[in-house]
Design a protein. Structure first.
Length: 710
């Protein structure tokens, strides 16, 4: 842009707005923080993206072979985190050992071409990802043979008996057929993202058996493929030593205590171990490092008196993924029973701009309505708004209003997204039917280095690590410190967000109506009204959850009641607006709107209110997994394949496949939702929601298992 035009634009803006202050008044662009501004500034100032980055460098500088000595006592990560907690003066830091686990472990492995040339192809000490987890020990000289994508026909045509199969497919996919054909082993150059990184090796695994599998990067695998396709006879020497190792489940925990020893707690968690063989910088030493800096930051500020000691305790957990969080919650039911919510950090450190990624907040489902989502979301928006460059600030100097940058990190804007729930991490343990602690997840996604040898510190950004720490620390402290006034602030945040979300659901319904044909108008309106019903019920439940912050607060109760009445009125107005739109559309299409009615099945479902029994919490995490195979079969439901249900019966599994069983169970927990309500909430969340009949069938199965009563 030419300088004279730019100057003219600045003058025009200043003439119109008068000043930056006047522009703020007419066009607010910075949301208020849920925390007192001075408290937020102290948390942001004390945090350090560099320290979090250095923790990652110490925990997982590269993917390495864990030594036998490391398995015998405290693991390297355990020693490091505990040492830092002690150094930072964190109270109650402890290493818990809850049960044991057995893991496959690679000792050594090498793959050499010995004819026609002598070249080392792969070595476990160079890169641990070269050897697929689950590989068996071997010492074999054999010919390589190309099997393409590893279909049964390709394997049969290749003649793999006594040979090592080379494939572009994942080793686990071809393992059974290669084994049946008498193959000696597998060399795979499958990569989930070969066009992103041709030297990337996946952290792949095969099932324990008699085969080994070497994983090569596509760059090297293509060379072998082309030589074999050209008719070269290549003989290799594969030498593999593996073992099984037993180790304690090591869980680190510390507590920043609240002023009220009887008050509830907030948990912040990140898995320190994703198995014991795989080491990843972003997944998930970034989360472990971030919460280590959060613990340091909050403890330092509280200990120095810079911020007040919160009323409620803030507990930190570093755990083995899923397995560790599962045994911990079942071993500490007293703590879990008084935990308000949990924030799970999994893969939070990517350099977002370089990775074309976003920092995502993945909210809880409708089965776990809770204000923790809105509190955390508000911190995302606050960081986003205060880490952009604004012409209005500093008399034309573009600068962030409240910069949260790493010393050696990016100065990028904050790229983020507020997303729906997604599982596959430790927050699912807390959200479980048998636990019932609402837990959103914070994650950088997509991740082009996920579960590969490319997951190294070089892909991380100290700025992003610092922002993840500030968001989490600020959200946790806002909840932990909330008195009745703080609870009112949080309730107001929930209420205003609820109105926006309800308006969005109404807007989505209107768009569907505008796209419907005459014959679909009635059904489209019914679905839109059902979605609005589901959203309204969920928002009311979320508002009600704020009452736990001040159970005796009369002002809070009065405000929440008023906001619920407002949402009910908004629902009424929204439903009327949708009906008016259908009438208008009907006039243009020559279709008359008929009254919306419930089918006999829906009428019946509307009268049944399932409710979880005390046995659910008594059983704890994994309650649904304890239901016997025969109970599923008796109700015509396909049994799940995990836990005690796996292999419990022979033959092909039959019955209805229930995809959203965990959410059905969660929605039945309180007894406030009818079966029809559950159907509406499933439809509002999932494209593959079960029918009323299948929902009823699943709930009958839960009743048979004594987990639900009507």
């Amino acid at each position: 842009m030419k300088r004279n035009i730019f100057t003219g634009m600045v003058v025009a803006v200043m003439a119109c707005a008068g000043s930056a202050e006047a522009q703020n008044y007419t066009t607010p662009f910075m949301p208020a923080s849920l925390l007192e501004e001075g408290v937020y500034d102290l948390i942001a100032g004390e945090s350090s993206g560099e320290r979090a980055y250095y923790h990652v460098m110490e925990l997982a500088p590269y993917e390495m072979n864990r030594s036998a000595e490391d398995y015998r006592g405290d693991l390297h990560e355990t020693r490091y985190v505990y040492g830092k907690l002690t150094e930072y003066g964190l109270p109650n830091a402890v290493v818990e050992r809850i049960g044991k686990s057995t893991t496959w472990d690679g000792v050594s492995a090498s793959l050499w071409e010995i004819r026609p040339r002598r070249i080392k192809i792969a070595d476990y000490e160079d890169l641990a990802a070269y050897l697929a987890q689950g590989s068996a020990s071997a010492d074999v000289e054999a010919e390589l043979v190309w099997i393409g994508r590893g279909t049964a026909a390709e394997i049969e045509a290749a003649g793999v008996k006594g040979k090592i199969a080379v494939t572009e497919a994942a080793g686990a996919r071809v393992q059974s057929d290669v084994e049946k054909a008498g193959g000696a082993g597998i060399v795979s150059f499958y990569s989930p993202r070969p066009l992103v990184d041709p030297v990337q090796v996946p952290n792949a695994a095969i099932r324990p058996g008699r085969l080994f599998c070497f994983n090569l990067p596509p760059r090297d695998g293509h060379v072998l493929r082309d030589r074999l396709l050209a008719g070269e006879n290549i003989v290799v020497h594969a030498k593999v030593e593996t073992t099984e190792v037993e180790t304690d489940n090591q869980i680190l925990t510390c507590l920043i205590p609240g002023t009220d020893a009887e008050a509830d707690e907030i948990i912040i968690t990140a898995h320190l171990f994703e198995g014991y063989v795989k080491l990843g910088a972003n997944d998930n030493n970034s989360g472990a490092a971030a919460i280590l800096d959060i613990a340091r930051t909050l403890n330092s500020l509280v200990a120095s008196g810079s911020i007040a000691q919160p009323k409620r305790g803030i507990r930190f957990l570093w755990i083995p993924e899923i397995s560790g969080s599962g045994v911990w919650v079942n071993s500490h039911r007293d703590i879990v029973g008084r935990t308000l919510c949990c924030l799970n950090l999994d893969m939070v450190g990517l350099w977002l701009a370089k990775s074309e990624s976003l920092f995502c907040l993945q909210r809880t489902t409708m089965g776990n309505p809770h204000y923790v989502n809105d509190v955390t979301e508000s911190m995302f928006h606050y960081i986003g708004a205060t880490n952009k460059q604004f012409l209005a600030t500093g008399a034309g100097r573009p600068e962030a209003l409240k910069p949260v940058f790493g010393v050696t990190g990016s100065h990028d804007p904050f790229y983020y997204a507020i997303s729906a729930h997604y599982g596959s991490s430790d927050h699912e343990v807390f959200n479980d039917f048998g636990v019932g602690v609402p837990a959103p997840m914070l994650i950088t996604w997509p991740d082009n280095y996920y579960h590969t040898s490319g997951d190294r510190p070089s892909i991380l950004d100290p700025t992003q690590l610092r922002r993840a720490a500030v968001i989490t620390a600020a959200a946790a402290y806002a909840i932990a410190a909330a008195d009745e006034n703080g609870a009112l602030t949080i309730a107001a945040e929930v209420a205003t967000n609820a109105a926006k979300r309800m308006a969005l659901v109404q807007q989505t319904g209107a768009l569907r109506i505008n796209g419907a044909t005459g014959g679909d108008l009635q059904a489209t309106l019914k679905r839109a009204l059902f979605d609005l019903d589901a959203c309204t019920a969920h928002e009311k439940a979320t508002l009600i959850s704020t009452l736990e912050l001040s159970p005796t607060g009369a002002a809070l109760k009065k405000y929440v009641d008023a906001q619920i009445a407002y949402l009910q009125n908004m629902h009424k107005i929204g439903a009327k607006s949708l009906e008016d739109l259908v009438r208008a559309r009907g006039e243009t299409l020559g279709v008359a709107l008929k009254p919306i009615t419930l089918t006999p099945e829906e009428q019946k479902a509307a009268k049944v209110y399932p409710k979880a029994t005390p046995l659910v919490l008594e059983t704890g995490y994994g309650a649904l997994r304890t239901i016997p195979h025969d109970t599923f079969v008796r109700h015509g439901i396909m049994p799940p394949v995990f836990g005690r249900n796996a292999g419990a019966a022979s033959g092909t599994p039959t019955g209805v496949a229930i995809v959203n069983g965990a959410e059905i169970a969660r929605l039945a927990r309180t007894g406030n939702n009818s079966i029809l309500d559950i159907k509406k909430m499933l439809d509002a969340q999932f494209p593959n929601a079960e029918s009323i009949g299948d929902i009823t069938r699943y709930l009958e199965m839960l009743r048979d298992a004594k987990f639900v009563t009507y």
